[in-house]
Design a binder for this molecule. Sequence first.
Ligand SMILES: *Cc1c(COP(=O)(O)O)cnc(C)c1O
Length: 239
Amino acid sequence: MNQNALTPDFSDRLSQVRQRIAAACEQHGRKSTEVMLLAVSKTFPASDVAALAGCGQEAFGENYVQEGVDKIITLRAAGLEHLKWHFIGPLQSNKTKPVAEHFDWVHTVDREKIAQRLSEQRPAHLPPLNICLQVKTSTEQSKHGLDASTLDALAASVARLPRLVLRGLMTLPEPGNEANEFAQLRELFLRMQQTHPSLDTLSMGMSADLETAIEHGSTCVRVGTALFGHRTPKGTPPA
Ligand SMILES: *Cc1c(COP(=O)(O)O)cnc(C)c1O
C-alpha cells in the first residue's frame, strides 16, 4: 500500500509493470522470460534507483551522461555492484569516454565515429560494451537514429570493433505510429540476424506502448514513468 504520496511504493509499481509484460506475452504467445525490463531512471535520484533495486530490479537506463555516471558511481560505492547500466540517450562524440568507462550497454549508436570511440575507450579490464544501433523508423525530420539504408554498413563496422559486441536494434517511434515502426524494426532485425548471429535484442516499447512493442517482438522494454512516476520537465523548478 502506498501510505504516503512522497514515498512511492516501488514494489507495487514493479509488480504492475511485470504483470503488464506477462499479460502481453501471454496474449501474443511469447514467454515472459524473453522480454527484459529496463527501468529508465533519468531525472530520478540514486535513492529511487536503490529503492527499486531493493525490490529486485537490476537493469537501469539513463539518458544524460553526467547524471548517469554520478548515479552509477554513487550506487557502486553503496554496494550495488550487480546493477546493469544502459545508456539510452543521444550521444555526442565528445561524451563517449565516461559512457565507455561506466555503462554496460549503449542503445543509441547511430554513426561510425561514436562506435569507434566507444571501442577505443572501453577499458581493458571490462567486458566488451554491448551495442544496439538506433534506427530511424519514423519519417519525422527531428528524430535521432540512422537511416535503414545505412544499417548494414554500420552493423558490419561495429561487428569488427574489438571492444564492442553488436547485440541489437533500438527505435523511438513517432507517437501514433508505434505499431508500424515496431513492425519495421522487427523486419530489419530478423533480416540482420542472418548475417549477425550475435543479435538478440530488440529494444522497443516504453510505459505507454510496451504491449504493442511486445506484440511486435520486443525483447527489451524501456520503462520510466510507470515505475518512477512523472518527470519534471528539464529546466522547470520542482513543485
Ligand atoms: C525516457 C525514455 C524512456 C522511458 O519513457 P517512459 O514513457 O517514461 O516510460 C524510454 N526510452 C527512451 C529512449 C527514453 O528517453
